[in-house]
Design a binder for this molecule. Structure first.
Ligand code: BGC
Length: 260
């Protein structure tokens, strides 16, 4: 059993679910069950706060001294959220970190969800020891991205919102896992959309490694082999737990510089 100095709580707020767990930061693994509640309809701040409380209560850590990291699906700078693709527009230009700290009556560490998933995969997963530029994408309700160059995170890359020339919908509306479900696509049909997406990102950034996270990464064998890319593309080792693990790691000071 890890000592409590190696433990932290991670909460990963998504457009569809809010997930949490207690993480052993030495090993980068959950030592509790993974608790998940549905993201409240409309995802307004008070409702999301209530759902986060529910997750912490279920984990029995609402009053614990363990550090708490919270990941959120928006641009995050200086504790403020600046975008809202799959949550209420009330989060735009909103002092989210302070809001959670007041509501939970405790300090938290707050960052973008895909960025912390990237932190988790570089520290403990598919991108550990990787050289050059790693781009992690999460395929879920939206598409999140983390760009990590030689261990340094370039935060808030937002590559899910690349525009498709001649189309109204951006990349995530076209190619996220939610688009596959919405349009009832087969794996092959979805892979055609992913092919456009990853080829485009590959052309723009010439990465050395793609890591694919999000819940659907557990089915990576159904679609990754259909993609033709020069860049190696692998599933996230921590699958849909990367956000929880990365949020927890952030709360113990995992910064861009401490990744490699
Ligand atoms: C948001 C990103 C987020 C991603 C995955 C996008 O719609 O703009 O900030 O990382 O969804 O949740």
């Amino acid at each position: 059993m890890a000592s409590t100095t190696d433990l932290a709580v991670g909460i990963d707020i998504g457009g569809t679910g809010i997930k949490g767990g207690i993480v052993d930061l030495e090993r980068g693994e959950l030592i509790s069950s993974r608790v998940k509640v549905a993201t409240p309809a409309g995802a307004k701040p008070d409702d999301v706060l209530g759902a986060v409380r529910e997750v912490l209560d279920t984990l029995q850590v609402a009053d614990s001294d363990l550090p708490l990291g919270v990941a959120f699906p928006a641009i995050v700078k200086n504790g403020h959220t600046f975008s809202a693709a799959n949550v209420s527009k009330e989060w735009i230009d909103f002092p989210a970190e302070e809001f959670f700290e007041k509501g939970l009556k405790r300090d938290i560490h707050f960052a973008n969800d895909a960025d912390v998933a990237g932190i988790a995969e570089v520290r403990y997963g598919a991108a550990k020891g990787a050289d050059g530029l790693v781009i992690l994408t999460t395929l879920g309700t939206g598409i999140g991205s983390a760009m990590i160059y030689h261990g340094d995170l370039v935060p808030n890359s937002e590559l899910g919102h690349l525009q498709r020339a001649g189309h109204d919908k951006d990349a995530e509306a076209y190619a996220a896992y939610s688009a596959m479900e919405r349009d009832e696509l087969s794996w092959e049909q979805w892979a055609t959309r992913l092919q456009w997406y990853y080829s485009h990102v590959e052309f723009l950034f010439s990465p050395d490694l793609f890591v694919v996270g999000g819940g659907v990464s557990k089915h990576a064998d159904k679609f990754l082999h259909l993609l033709e890319l020069t860049t190696p593309i692998v599933p996230a080792v921590h699958r849909n737990n990367a956000g929880i693990i990365g949020a927890a790691a952030l709360s113990r000071g995992a910064s861009a510089q401490s990744l490699s």
